[in-house]
Design a protein around this ligand. Structure first.
Ligand code: FAD
Length: 587
């Protein structure tokens, strides 16, 4: 059978461009045309929270499993994460601490349309009920699965602490302890006194990778899925995948099913701009990079064989941490809860640790043309959830009515641009002086800052500093007189004690003592909140609402579920692995 290229690109030019960005080939040869190089019952794509969980479950269920991972290490964003895992529904951990929970309460929480952030965005209103029911019913079992596979949670009562949109009206969140595993951020184990008390994704993903290997999952590193093979481009079962391994293409047959656990799309500019056109190239420091990249390859490969996307409103809603204020400045990767140190195996790609900001009074933030745009001390996440609406009454409109409205427009102002008709806010620069360096006890040199790649500059005058800011995302020059005027005006606010422009609470420090510095401080993409349409079994569904036989998905590449992170991914991996294993093996 001959497949015409146009048949593969029904998603249009935008999808073709996104596929190119993600390095995907156009897929879907007919079965007869595929020469299979390898085979297994279940083929899993991605070794993060979804994929590793799914692979273990399927393998222990009796299936042979090949797991392909594009990087030369496992773990995905999950191993970079804070390891805060909000799995509830009546877990043994909740019972131990006397917390009463049930699948029905999990379902109620995650479908509560009345829960809104202080900016009015609804965390759970647009969640798909079938997807949430499956999550609620498998939540506790997923927790027990993690415990049975070597994950150690910090020995204290679950809480409602981490992240945003975690869906906890009661305490559910546990914290994975690193124990003796090396931290990928440093290459070293955590200090002895923190090994059982700190929370980190290392404590979740190192044990799971070890459990997968022990169970007999074959993990192929540096194998990048480039296409999903289906019997025909728009019909029949999924048969396997194509991968690229160091420039060589291999076809891996799946006798039962393929599971997509590729982790979302925040790093694919064309893909993410389908949800928010402002997210142009300069947002180049996604959280979790450079350990792994959310390039949308799973979604695109699924769409190329007819899969639907789902729950798109969840991605564009301005809640949670889809995009965040940075925590550090002066380097490309500056997500607030993640720093890369020279001992890390990806430090050559990260290039710098960044200067962690203790006090945002120590600097001003300016846009590409040297203008301030907001109160630098403003908080990064909106995080209303249940806590902000006490007394909380489930599914009652008064929850929102009683909330104090807080637009928290920091990110919107940063992403607003310079009024020249372009999308995207352009680079944001932290401007500070020698006194700020002393107050923060910073060392403004490598390995803390990244001069060479253009994420950090220094000069003896503010005007010279503006002239020096030349790098690939700075598409217009910063007018030196603008920056000088901005700093002079800000210094006058320090004298008067009032920020007349943006209401920074009592500006404290002048920017006056050379040398002067400019450090990259551009917002950081984080979560993907929409992806392939799945049903309650984790099966991928097409544009006609029909299941694509033999294709499963979970985690950040799956849609219909607004919930930050690890609980969603591990639980959906658990569901997909269980159901893929139960498929009939094809001859
Ligand atoms: C810094 C940070 C902190 C976080 N903290 C928390 C937290 O405390 N609590 C919480 O709940 N959530 C947290 N999260 C979110 C959480 O880590 C993610 O939601 C979760 O890891 C998503 O799981 P996933 O399986 O979908 O993707 P991932 O865990 O990212 O795994 C995807 C894997 O697929 C691989 N892959 C991608 N494309 C291909 C391809 N074409 N071929 C082969 N392999 C491919 C990737 O390399 C990666 O290894 C955090 C995230 C980050 C980045």
């Amino acid at each position: 059978m001959t497949i015409k290229r146009r048949d593969l690109l029904t998603g249009g030019a935008g999808i073709a461009a996104s596929m190119a960005t993600a390095g995907l080939s156009t897929p879907a040869q007919a079965q007869s045309a595929v020469q299979w190089d390898r085979e297994a019952d279940v083929v899993v794509i991605g070794s993060g929270a979804t994929g590793t969980t799914a692979a273990i479950v399927a393998r222990e269920g009796g299936s042979s499993v090949i797991l392909v991972e594009t990087e030369n290490h496992t773990g995905g964003h999950a191993i970079c994460s804070g390891g805060n895992v909000p799995l509830g529904g009546g877990t043994s951990v909740q019972k131990k601490w006397g917390i009463k929970d049930s699948p029905d309460l999990v379902f109620q929480d995650l479908t509560d349309w009345s829960v809104v952030e202080p900016n009015g965005a609804a965390d759970y209103r647009f969640n798909d009920r079938e997807v949430i029911r499956a999550f609620a019913d498998n939540c506790a079992a997923t927790c027990e699965f993690l415990l049975a596979h070597g994950v150690v949670f910090v020995d204290k009562a679950p809480d409602k602490r981490g992240g945003t949109s975690v869906g906890n009206s009661i305490p559910r969140e546990m914290h994975a302890a690193p124990m003796d595993w090396p931290l990928i951020q440093t290459g070293q184990p955590a200090p002895p006194d923190k090994r059982t008390t700190m929370s980190t994704g290392n404590g979740l993903m190192h044990p799971l990778a070890a459990a997968a290997r022990k169970a007999g999952v074959e993990i192929l590193l540096k194998h990048r899925m480039t296409a999903i093979h289906r019997e025909t481009p728009r019909s029949g079962p999924v048969l396997g995948i194509a991968v690229d391994n160091d420039g060589k293409t291999l076809n891996i047959r799946a006798r039962k099913a393929v599971i997509v656990g590729t982790g979302g799309c925040t790093s694919n500019v064309n893909f993410r701009r389908m949800f928010d056109p402002r997210l142009t190239e300069e947002y180049c420091g996604a959280a979790g990079q450079p350990w792994s990249t959310q390039d949308g390859s799973g979604e695109l490969a699924g769409m190329a064989i007819g899969a639907s996307l789902w729950g798109l409103s969840n991605f564009s809603a301005e809640f949670g941490d889809a995009i965040t204020k940075p925590g550090s400045v002066g380097a490309q990767y500056i997500y607030v809860h993640l720093r890369w140190y020279p001992g890390s195996e990806v430090f050559d790609k990260a290039r710098a640790i960044g200067l962690f900001v203790e006090d945002w009074q120590d600097l001003v933030l300016v846009n590409m043309i040297g203008n301030r745009f907001y109160d630098e001390t403003a908080h990064q996440f909106t995080a209303g959830n249940y806590q902000s609406m006490l007394p909380y009454v489930p599914h009652n409109w008064r929850n929102g009515r009683d909330l104090k409205f807080n637009p928290n427009g920091f990110l919107d102002a940063a992403l607003a641009g310079i009024g020249d008709g372009h999308n995207g806010g352009g680079p944001i620069w932290a401007i500070f002086d020698a006194d700020a360096v002393a107050r923060e006890k910073w060392k403004p040199k490598p390995p803390y800052v990244d001069h060479d790649a253009g994420f950090f500059f220094t000069a003896d005058t503010v005007e010279e500093l503006a002239k020096k800011i030349v790098m690939k995302y700075q598409r217009v020059s910063m007018p030196p007189e603008n920056l000088a005027a901005t700093i002079a005006r800000y210094n006058s606010f320090v004298d008067s004690g009032v920020d007349e422009d943006f209401g920074k609470p009592k500006p404290l420090y002048k920017i006056a003592k050379p040398p002067f510095y400019a450090g990259w401080a551009t917002p950081v993409p984080h979560d993907t909140r929409a992806g392939l349409r799945i049903n309650g079994k984790g099966q991928v569904v097409d544009m006609n609402g029909e299941v694509i036989p033999g294709l499963y998905c979970g985690g950040e590449s799956a849609g219909g579920f607004s919930l930050h992170g690890l609980a969603r991914a591990t639980c959906q991996g658990f569901i997909a692995g269980t159901n893929a294993n139960a498929e009939e093996r094809r001859a």
